[in-house]
Design a protein around this ligand. Sequence first.
Ligand SMILES: NC(=O)c1ccc[n+]([C@@H]2O[C@H](COP(=O)([O-])OP(=O)(O)OC[C@H]3O[C@@H](n4cnc5c(N)ncnc54)[C@H](O)[C@@H]3O)[C@@H](O)[C@H]2O)c1
Length: 247
Amino acid sequence: MRGLKDKIVIITGGLGDLGYASGKRLVEEGCHVALFDQKADLEKAKAIGCQSWQVDITDEAQIEKACLEVKEKIGPATVLVNSAAIFILKSIDATPEDWDKMTRVNIRGASLMAKHVVPQMKEAGHGSIINFSSVSGFVGQPNFSTYTATKFALRGLTRGWATDLSEFNIRVNTICPGYIYTSAFVNSCKDLGLDIEEENKKASAMHLLGRQGKTEEIGSAVAFLASDDASFMTGSDMVVDGGYLAR
Ligand SMILES: NC(=O)c1ccc[n+]([C@@H]2O[C@H](COP(=O)([O-])OP(=O)(O)OC[C@H]3O[C@@H](n4cnc5c(N)ncnc54)[C@H](O)[C@@H]3O)[C@@H](O)[C@H]2O)c1
C-alpha cells in the first residue's frame, strides 16, 4: 500500500489478537511499530519486528512518558491505532464500577492516547488515527450494552476528532470488525464450558460469508486506513464484518 514505508505507528492493545495482527501487517508494509499494552512480552513483539512498551492506558503519566520515548527512540508517530479494550458484557445490571472500568479503558484511554500522539502528528504535518469500534457500535446485541455503548462512543469520538484535526492533515476513522476468530473467542468458550466448534458454527451463521473473520483480514484493513491509499477518508467507519450488518 502507498505511503506506509518508514511510517511510525503506535498500537494500543498491541499484544492482543487484533492489535498484534495489525502490527504484523504494518511491519510487512515497512512501518516501524510500537506496541503499547498493559501486558509485557518483549519476545512476542520482537517475533514480528515490533518494539514493545508496557503502558496502562488508564494512567496518563504512563501514556505521556511512553509516547515521548517512542519519539526519542524511533521518531514522531504519525499513525495511532486505538485497539485496547476490556470486555465487561452487561445490561442494566451493570454497576458503577463496571461503567468506570469500561469507560476508563475503551473511551478515556483512547482519548488520552490521541491527546499525546496528535502533537507528534502535527509536528510531522500529517497523521492517521484508527479507532477500533465494532459491529457492536451499530446494533444492539443481547447483554452487551456496556460494551456496545463504548463502541458507539468511539464512532462519535471519531467524527469529533476528524472535524477538529482535518486542518492539520490528520485523518480519523474507525474500523468496525464483525466476529473475529481470536484466542479471546476460544478462551471465553472454554471459560463458559461451551463447545468451541458449536459456538464457532453459531457465530459463523451470523455473517453472510458464513464464517468468522481472520485476524489478518483486520490487519489488512488497518494497513489500508493508515496508508495514503485512504487519503480521502476521514470521519468514516470502515466495516469489515463479512456481511454481519447487511442482514
Ligand atoms: N475480536 C473480535 O471479534 C472483535 C470484534 C469487533 C471489535 N473488536 C475490537 O477490536 C479491538 C481488539 O480486540 P481483540 O480481540 O484483539 O482483544 P484482546 O483482548 O485480544 O486485546 C485487547 C488488548 O488490550 C489490552 N488492554 C486492556 N486494557 C488495557 C489498558 N488499560 N492499558 C493497555 N492495554 C490494555 C489487553 O492487555 C489486550 O492485549 C477491541 O477494541 C475490540 O473491541 C474485536
